[in-house]
Write a protein that binds this ligand. Sequence first.
Ligand code: NDP
Length: 246
Amino acid sequence: MLTNQTAVVTGGSRGLGRAIARKLAEDGANIAILYAGNEAAAEETCALLAETNVMAKAYRCDVSDYEATKAAIDQILADFGQIDILVNNAGITRDSTIRSMKEADFDAVIDTNLKGAFHMIKHCYGHFLRRRCGRIINITSVSGLMGNAGQANYSSAKAGMVGLTKAVAKELGGRGITCNAIAPGFIETDMTDALSDKVKEAAVESIPLRHMGKPEDVANLALFLAGEGASYITGEVIRVDGGLGM
Ligand code: NDP
């Protein structure tokens, strides 16, 4: 059980982040979620988490902003007293072929998905080191493992998260801190809802299990990686993709 532990989940207002926050809360963890701007969704998540009788708070914070993430971590430490689990889940897409991809679309995806994770790890680093414990879980994507046409920015950011995960695992392993990554395939959230029916049908065709995943499928693995049973696993990237990335 994660009772008396605190988990920070970026992008916890919706989709995978909400499901992960909920799963960790059901196991007893207090939860701090970060979100970009969707106040109503963040409040809804907090209300769901409150049903599990844990402490839950939402912080509006752009993970691509170094100073804002520092302030958020400081505030979370003041509010909760400690951080035990960090889930770097916040992410965006700005899909297009390279021919029409604007520089700003490349930068935004790198800054949010990759640099955002770096910022969060950077600001939790000292706290984790002092306590000689901490679980870091980065949400990457099969797109970062296989590459995906029309997602040069997103695949680059997600591949970068794989490198980040392994570097952090090596750097912090000696202090009892683990860092792992989850690589989801197609999961039913607002992000994939935005895809056309044609793209979704083609995606399902290419998934050996022949259906999209649910946010809970990813949350189940996050719970395992946060728990006692995963204490000897670090630097690992685990797909939750119905076999897509084989
Ligand atoms: P959603 O679009 O459903 O939710 C995105 C979440 O990230 C929201 O909570 C949003 O906050 C938050 N967010 C976005 N930008 C920022 C930012 N700059 N700062 C802080 N928070 C931010 O995405 P999913 O749940 O589908 O995806 C979650 C993660 O999983 C992403 O990293 C995504 O790349 C990855 N993933 C998803 C897959 C899928 O099939 N769905 C497959 C593989 C990976 P707000 O609500 O305020 O907008």
